[in-house]
Design a protein around this ligand. Structure first.
Ligand SMILES: NC(=O)c1ccc[n+]([C@@H]2O[C@H](COP(=O)([O-])OP(=O)(O)OC[C@H]3O[C@@H](n4cnc5c(N)ncnc54)[C@H](O)[C@@H]3O)[C@@H](O)[C@H]2O)c1
Length: 324
């Protein structure tokens, strides 16, 4: 079996590429290396890198050629801009590239008669839900262009199913962190764990945005999932799509357990042996107090469940940073 992985040189994509090639499957990585790293996908005879920007006007044609030439039977689409703040400042970039790129991918799949597509969605589709556990039945209400492009992306998958008989899965990732292999670590400093590790390396204390939320310790609670567990969820989604009669589905991918910002800082303090005394800053607009998912649907349908806890997530990120 051959899978075309778009954005496979990125942080999450490269974990999936590694897992598929470890299973003995061939992988064609399509990536423009704008944020991805060539080194993440080198070293296996089963993995080939094709450099291509999927937002280009001729990308659908080029992708269709790659699909036919490789005999790929499935596509996983990771490539996207993913910074919430940037999406508010430059919404047209997000609409053009995240939506335009996905449109090209789906057109190529229709053209090459590849039916199975897995798409990176996000908990950002939910906006600021006021519930203990977010289920997929909750009506999405994104509050920024990034989340909106992910929600529209899910509609596009459903439309492609109706129009072309495709079989698609959207995975709504919650807070992804950790590294399955040091060389695949998240090198961007955008999420809590890398931000804190980066501050500590510079001899600074991390900032906590708001300690007066309605949560047990006053800081925001999120659902942290290990990049390696997330990679397993993609493989489970591919296996699901390769079965019979698969209607378009969305699945939350998280652990079902919340950790507060202070709990994450404690885990980082344990893993690094450092004392952390955070500075408390004002709340940031748009941060929900709590964002934790129900994992019932993905457990029941895909048989997937996260196996790594917060300490393992944080320890793997710390070790990867030490070896970098
Ligand atoms: N990291 C997270 O916490 C998180 C959470 C929810 C959803 N997501 C989604 O998961 C996906 C992957 O995220 P990531 O953290 O691995 O990001 P990343 O930036 O590390 O990976 C994205 C990859 O796509 C490539 N790419 C970007 N634009 C491209 C284009 N036009 N053509 C070809 N390749 C292109 C980049 O070079 C990179 O290799 C994204 O769609 C993101 O929105 C990430």
């Amino acid at each position: 079996m051959t899978t075309l992985v778009i954005g496979g040189a990125g942080y999450i994509g490269s974990h999936v590429v590694r897992l598929l090639s470890d299973r003995g499957e061939r992988v064609i990585v399509v990536d423009d290396l704008s944020t991805g790293l060539r080194a993440r996908v080198e070293g296996s005879d089963l993995v080939e890198l094709v450099e291509l920007d999927v937002t280009r006007p001729d990308a659908a044609e080029k992708l269709a050629f790659q699909l036919r030439a490789s005999g790929a039977d499935a596509v996983i689409h990771f490539a996207a801009h993913k910074q919430v703040g940037q999406s508010v400042a430059k919404p047209e970039l997000y609409w053009h590239d995240n939506i335009g790129g996905l449109a090209n991918v789906l057109a190529a799949c229709a053209n090459a008669e590849v039916r199975d597509v897995v798409f990176s969605s996000s908990a950002a589709v939910y906006g600021v839900p006021d519930v203990d556990l977010v289920t997929e039945d909750l009506t999405p209400a994104p509050i920024n262009p990034y989340g909106a492009t992910k929600y529209v992306g899910e509609w596009m998958l459903a439309d492609a199913e109706r129009a072309h008989g495709m079989r698609t899965v959207a995975l709504r990732y919650f807070n992804v962190a950790g590294a399955g292999h040091p060389e695949l670590a998240d090198t961007a400093v955008m999420n809590l764990v890398p931000i804190v590790l980066d501050a500590l390396d510079r001899g600074e204390q991390p900032r906590v945005f708001g300690d007066d939320y309605d949560t047990p310790d006053g800081t925001c609670i999120r659902d942290y999932v290990h990049a390696e567990d997330l990679a397993e969820a993609h493989v489970a989604a591919l296996d699901y799509l390769r079965g019979e009669d698969r209607p378009h589905r969305v699945f939350n991918v998280g652990t079902g357990t919340g950790s507060s910002v202070l709990e994450v800082l404690d885990a980082i303090a344990r893993a690094t042996g450092t004392e952390i005394t955070p500075e408390i800053a004002p709340r940031r607009p748009g941060d929900p107090a709590r964002l934790v998912c129900s994992t019932d649907r993905i457990e029941e349908t895909l048989g997937w469940r996260a196996t790594h806890d917060l300490d393992e997530i944080v320890t793997s990120a710390v070790q990867a940073r030490r070896l970098a």
